[in-house]
Design a protein around this ligand. Sequence first.
Ligand code: XBP
Ligand code: MG
Length: 252
Amino acid sequence: MTPEALIFDVDGTLSETEEAHRAAFNRAFAEAGLGWGWDQPLYRRLLEVTGGKERIRHFIETSAPHVLAQPGIDAWIADLHKRKTALYTAMVGDGGLGLRPGVLALIKAAQANGTRLAIATTTSLPNVESLLAATLGAGWQGVFEVIAAGDQVARKKPAPDVFALALRQLGLAPPSCLAIEDSANGLAAARGAGLATVITVSAYTAGEAFDGALAVVDDLAVLSGRARGTEREGPAILEAIGKLWQLGGSQN
Ligand code: XBP
Ligand code: MG
């Protein structure tokens, strides 16, 4: 027995994307002559705020509050973020990012098994599309039946809204699905939507608290055990997820 659908997070889960996001933010700041630079320790703290526009506003409020007095500040942040997104999608389009270990194997096993696939992410839709095109190739639009992303919901993670939207679009109830996430914010959002959740810890989320997760692993390939790197890897990961989901059934 396996879940009817798997709902994937994107950043840090499908791929280690946050260093590319950070570079795109910094390049947009440099183009605008802002003199802002987000290094890794600062970015790790800023990632507590999900959503790029929200993250920029949080940075201004905490580190450059004088900027808030600028007329039309929200439109200005939106324009700056739009440029960041253009820079990020160009970087991703160059093909520098791959899928995390086990992700492609699980996607293929899910497709072979008839398990439906969906995405629930805080990142902007163009970012998802460029990542899927760059990593899955020509047929990428046929892989995820539902893509719930960014501003399609009013409240971003850790609010459950984007997972609730994905469930509505799938027409499924939480107990028949399973979420795959990388962050505490993502776990809170998925659990808030009633979803059993497996965590694959990412570079920026190591050390976060994942109470309530069905399992916390370094990556999906770990779930394949000795089948890692063989053609059985994907089916083995799906089987392991099915067992965790059945065990976790009482959790919801
Ligand atoms: C991660 C986020 C996003 C990205 C940046 O999303 O919180 O804000 O860091 O993308 P998830 P944007 O883990 O839910 O995929 O600048 O487009 O928000
Ligand atoms: Mg994430």
